[in-house]
Write a protein that binds this ligand. Sequence first.
Ligand SMILES: [Zn+2]
Ligand SMILES: [Zn+2]
Length: 413
Amino acid sequence: MAGTVKDAILRGRKTIEDVVEGGLNTVETVVEAGLNTVDTVVDKGRQTVESAVSLGRRTVEQRFLHGGSTMRAAVLHGREDIRIEQVPVPEAKPGELIVQVGAALTCGTDLKVFRRGYHARMIVPPALFGHELAGTVVQAGEGVEGFAPGDRVVALNSAPCGVCYFCERGQENLCDDLLFNNGAYAEYIRIPERIVKKNTLRVPDHVPLEHAALTEPLACAVHGFVDSKPRAGDTVAVIGGGPLGLMILHVAALAGYQVIALVRHDGQVEAARQLGAAHVVQTTNIRKAIRDTRALTPKERGVDIAIEAVGVPEAWQEAVELVRKGGTVNFFGGCAADTKVTLDTNRIHYSDITLRATFHHTPAICREALALIAGGRFQAGAFITGHAHLYELNRVFEKLMNRSSEIKTAIVP
Ligand SMILES: [Zn+2]
Ligand SMILES: [Zn+2]
């Protein structure tokens, strides 16, 4: 009897254990299969949605770019005559990019062109206008390598040919066939194949597009400074408180040089100080500027390097008077055509003064300039003193002509 009861209990327990275990397995299998099914559904659903969104976006973009649609753009018609017009959205030919302009910056060169109505080498009206920009690629032409829609880029205003006498000697800024691009004051801009290949740079994520747009003028500034061959401990005088003068002084100060800024206008004094000038000489009297600057150097011997960034003959002559024996002068500012300067030959010869001039930039220096902007020490924000819509461009230039304290205005289309 005892045996039967014990048997029954054991068999009963076994049966229960079997049932429980079987049940557990079944439940686990069901749960797992169910999970898989749900995951697959979610995953499939997401893919479908994502591809629909991406396809839809591409379709819209394609339609926008190819559908003969128009965009707002500034067109230069002549002297002080910029009109905001509806023009066809450009379309990328093989090797080209279409960039949606994020920000375009005003520049002294554009101001000159606005005043004169043309620029012999860079722009002949009627023409799209503006050359300092950064934006987002919306279309890449056939065969473009390294760039795709969505990429944030800064496209420089020119690119050298790479095969002429000057390019082969590393003086690409003097290229016989420098290709210029204009049209930054617009919603979209076409980037020609040569600029895509040689002078279009990817903008790091943390750099705002309007800061990246400073790459072009900064490249000119870096070039001018480096070309002046500074030596450790040098004192550098920079004549001119315009955007380029301020950039050169900032570059020199960041590199650890003592900088004396020579400016005319009140607004430029504060900017020069903020950007690292050790001394600011403010005067419209050239004799006084020379005296005051020399007085800031030991035994009034003069500065080691003087960089002229105004672009008038009087300032070129002033620069020569600022340097010490054995000093270097860089005529950085371009003067109007057919102007001449008178220089004291004895002073230049017996004081062993080096005279040089720097024009434009090279692809290598453009890369250096963007790295400087991305590096964090360069005060990009200080150079952009205003924002305006494309429609306000005329007003912005009129204001710049009246020598306002604005450094650069970011034009946002
Ligand atoms: Zn410029
Ligand atoms: Zn060339």
